[in-house]
Design a protein around this ligand. Structure first.
Ligand code: BES
Ligand code: MN
Ligand code: ZN
Length: 500
């Protein structure tokens, strides 16, 4: 999809449809709403008077002008109450407009750039949110449909209409940023949606390399031999059950000062998690193709940061493997020696994420990072605690947590903090090794994070457990069913604000 900005008056719009937003309970139309209403001979105020359109958030009404206005269809989109307005309402409005246009099999439409938002919302941010809303809602993974391929409709053009040319540069800047943030999120969605027979660790490495080359990011993909030389016994332990070779992916983008230490993003890259010898039940096991969502998120965000030329130094680290049962698989009772030298007693092979992350977190300390953030679909316990609404956040640095909280408010990707009290350490003490890989049922998301903490040594660190967030089950205004892309915009926003 292409998003354009057009400097023109409402009266001049010629398109398949035109969308305009209204607040809930807006009785007296002003500005563009009023102008469009008179161009439509009072059609909008009639519709509002009828009570059929109230402006509730998410509401869409379609109106067919009869008076020769240049555009056949008008979409009225509800923003909800003005007092409750935030940028996510605009994102959602863009998304609803796209959903309606798709339903009507349109190829393009115009969106009247809103002129009645509370003053504190800046044009650049509004345009960014609107661009994100339309692109994210338009996403569709079509690659594997062969029969009904032609039934898949996607919108080719959305034109933002703003007559005031003084606003153009801010709107265009926002559009550019929004295009990149949503491109990044859609890349993550694709990777999460790809079937695990296609998106193997090898393929994830190859794709990362291709994209890194394209966007001037350094990329190394380590083979099992190189991983062995580094002493990553934890990653290799998990990989033993699979025929597919594991990989360790490293991206480096240097947009900051030469002397500045990097921010490191680490992502769990289990391309399929069967549970291994501690095998999972068959029901919903297919969803474990999404167990590389953390990896997809950090790679996509890293590429997005590079495309935005952000002034930060960034490293992305991804340990990636399948977790399968076989005659060569790691077993409950095995003890693995991680890169840090710490030994891990494996009590449950299904707690593999923390095991592979242990090596990545140890590797991270090579960079003397100013911060390390890991993202992982780590525990079912986190889904029990927070559902599919928020990611769990745990870590050792309040300043870093606050950066994430601030970014989370801006991108509407929710997270919620859970504690790392010392008392939890008891649950993961091993009788014969340094640490064991499960802490039993109580506080499962916390003990998993506590395990990571043992390896996140010597730098500020925060972990996001995104287990409930990688897949959207029902579909939302700008998140279709399937891979959600959760966390990509969040990380990019945090990095954009890094030197604030
Ligand atoms: N990848 C899973 C966690 C998960 C569960 C992600 C649901 C997304 C949705 C992880 O590897 C896992 O299996 N964790 C176990 C840990 C347990 C064995 C200590 C879990 O949560 O059951
Ligand atoms: Mn598992
Ligand atoms: Zn897993």
């Amino acid at each position: 999809m292409e998003v354009k900005v057009l400097n023109t008056d409402l009266a001049q719009i010629k398109d398949e449809a035109v969308a305009i937003t209204f607040f809930e309970g807006e009785k007296v139309l002003k500005g563009k709403g009023k102008q469009l209403d008179s161009l439509l001979s009072g059609g909008i105020s009639n519709l509002i008077k009828s009570g059929d359109f109230t402006g509730k958030a998410g509401q869409v009404a379609v109106f067919y002008p009869q008076n020769g206005y240049g555009t056949k269809r008008v979409f009225l989109i509800g923003l909800g109450k003005k007092e409750k307005f935030d940028l996510d309402k605009i994102r959602a409005a863009g998304g609803r407009a796209v959903q309606k246009a798709k339903e009507l099999k349109l190829k393009r439409f115009a969106f009247i750039y809103p002129d009645n938002l509370p003053a504190k919302f800046q044009n650049q941010d509004v345009a960014q949110a609107l661009t994100e809303g339309v692109i994210l809602a338009n996403y569709e993974m079509a690659k594997y449909k062969t029969v009904d391929k032609d039934k898949i409709i996607s919108i080719e053009d959305v034109t933002l209409i703003e007559k005031d040319s003084k606003k153009s540069s801010a709107i265009n800047k926002g559009r550019e940023i929004g295009e990149i943030t949503s491109w990044s999120a859609c890349l993550t969605r694709d990777w999460v949606n790809f079937p695990p027979n296609e998106l193997t660790p090898t393929k994830l490495g190859e794709e990362s390399k291709k994209l890194a080359l394209k966007y001037n990011v350094k990329c190394q993909v380590l083979s099992p031999e190189e991983i062995k030389k580094l002493g990553m016994g934890a990653l290799l332990g998990v990989a033993k059950g699979s025929q597919e070779p594991c990989r360790f992916i490293i991206l480096e983008y240097n947009g900051g000062r030469k002397t500045e230490s990097p921010v490191v993003l680490v992502g769990k890259g289990i391309t399929f998690d069967s549970g291994g010898i501690s095998i999972k039940p068959a029901e919903n096991m297919d969803q474990m193709k999404g167990d590389m969502a953390g990896a997809a998120t950090v790679i996509s965000a890293g590429l997005g940061a590079a495309r935005l030329k952000l002034p930060v130094n960034l490293v992305v680290l991804v340990p990636t493997t399948e977790n399968l049962p076989s005659g060569t698989a790691y077993k409950p009772g095995d003890i693995l020696t991680s890169m840090s030298g710490k030994t891990i007693e494996v009590l449950n092979t299904d707690a593999e994420g923390r095991v592979v992350l242990a090596d990545a977190l140890a590797y991270a300390s090579r960079y003397k990072p100013q911060a390390v953030i890991d993202l992982a679909t780590l525990t079912g316990a986190c889904v029990v605690a927070l559902g599919n609404v928020a990611a769990g956040m745990l870590g050792t640095d309040d300043k870093l947590k606050n950066r994430l909280k601030d970014a989370s408010k801006k991108t509407a990707e929710k997270l919620w903090e859970l504690p790392l009290f010392e008392e939890y350490e008891e649950q993961i003490k091993s009788n014969i090794a340094d640490v064991k890989n499960t802490g039993g049922r109580p506080a499962g998301a916390i003990t998993a994070a506590y395990f990571l903490k043992m390896f996140a040594d010597g730098y500020p660190w925060v972990h996001l457990d995104i287990a409930g967030m990688d897949l959207e089950e029902k579909g939302k205004a700008y998140v279709p069913k399937g891979g959600s892309g959760y966390g990509v915009r969040l990380l990019i926003q945090m990095l954009r604000d890094w030197r604030r």
